[in-house]
Design a protein around this ligand. Structure first.
Ligand SMILES: [Zn+2]
Ligand SMILES: [Zn+2]
Length: 142
């Protein structure tokens, strides 16, 4: 039978179990935050030290600070398109708010601008590796 990989816990599941299993992950915790978020499998996450990487953000509207879970940071550093909703959970509002309203306390950078910057860098490196492959292929065929 075809197996599906859960994007939350990365377990392999049969098709019939997959939906129910998925629903469990999407249940909201009492504080309104989703049980878990989609992440990359541990081995595919960023492995380097997170020193210098911002992890606490501030929401001025409710004057609250929220810490970004490490597994999420390590996932979006590898693929900044993973969380394309551009919303992040605020512990003060107890709901997801636009990244445009959030500021990293460590760097003072707006979270939306930060995301856009990570995505631009990611697209650029994807393009470079594509061009490199084309170049290698051209060289081989001559
Ligand atoms: Zn799962
Ligand atoms: Zn808030």
């Amino acid at each position: 039978m075809k197996k599906y990989r859960c994007e939350f816990c990365h377990e392999w599941l049969d098709q019939e179990d997959y939906l129910r299993h998925h629903q469990e992950h999407l249940k909201l915790r009492p504080d309104g935050q989703q049980n878990e978020y989609v992440t990359l499998p541990p081995k595919e996450r960023e492995q380097a030290s997170l020193e210098g990487i911002p992890c606490i953000y501030y929401h001025a509207k409710c004057d609250s600070y929220t810490r970004m879970p490490e597994e999420i940071i390590r996932s979006y550093l590898k693929n900044p398109y993973l969380y394309s909703a551009d919303m992040s959970f605020c512990t003060g509002c107890k709901t997801h708010v636009p990244c445009l309203e959030l500021v990293w306390t460590e760097t003072g950078e707006n979270m939306q601008l930060y995301n856009d910057r990570l995505r631009a860098e990611f697209s650029y490196s994807q393009e470079q590796s594509f061009l490199k492959r084309v170049w290698q292929w051209l060289n081989q065929s001559i």
